[in-house]
Design a protein around this ligand. Sequence first.
Ligand code: NAD
Length: 288
Amino acid sequence: MGTYVVTGSASGMGRQAAEKLRAAGHTVIGIDIRDADVMADLSTHIGRRAAAQATLDACGGILDGAVLAAGLGPIPGRQRLIAQVNYFGVVDVLTVLRPALARAVNAKVVVIASNSTTTTPLVPRRAIRALLAGDVDKALGAVRIFGSRSAPMIYAASKIALSRWVRRHAVTGEWAGAGIRLNAIAPGAIMTPLLAEQLANPAEAKAIKAFPVPVGGYGDAGQLADWMVFMLSDAADFLCGSMIFVDGGSDAYFRAESWPAAVPVWGLPRYLVKFLSNMRSRSSPGAT
Ligand code: NAD
């Protein structure tokens, strides 16, 4: 049996994931701003450091896996919190926990992204770049022109930046090379308190209900947690830097033709540089 950390363990998908892991006999360290083993505010640097340190103390420096589920929805007026919790609340915590994950055998990490990453139009690239560079103020500045739509914009930007961070890091020596499998899951609208809060607002409810979901209805938090538990299992040993969409078909609906995409002409230089540098490192003495 393993030791896992779950952020956002007090509610919704994080809570379901923690309950399923515990039911399977694992030890779970739950982190949340309320009702958790480790109570910490992941919107602040101090809170994130304290949460990560408390996790390291509780797991004895060896962690078999992590589910990063703490987050906020695109509620207007919470733009700064959305950026802080959804992006930095994941990245900063994982960065501190990485050595403990590397000490385990075949550790797995599941980050909760969102299908808003590929279904929200016009998300400013500047906001995504700013988050990846660690600059919340610049990211918020980049979405301000959207006025009342700036909450969904910073929400999508936070999840795109998070997904890029996952994909960039998953394949590196520090993660894949250290035996850690880092992947993301991208849910669509899942019935949790977060979605219920959005549905309570008539304008948001109208937009959510009008959004195309080919299979219809909303996703079930328990089913999403089943996916997460699967992504933490040995079956996911060969899963690395992937983003699994569990969204009733919305991503496929919008992107059936544009994804998968062949490498375009302007992408060739980057592709070749990566390909050749990989060949060189494999043929150098001592490389495996
Ligand atoms: P939820 O509101 O049920 O659970 C989120 C948890 O995060 C709560 O327990 C909350 O207390 C915790 N949290 C919020 N701010 C925090 C902070 N500052 N510090 C520590 N903990 C904090 O929501 P959910 O729907 O289960 O969402 C889980 C994740 O899934 C979130 O990242 C959300 O963005 C993402 N997501 C949700 C949906 C959906 O439709 N429900 C869709 C796509 C992505």
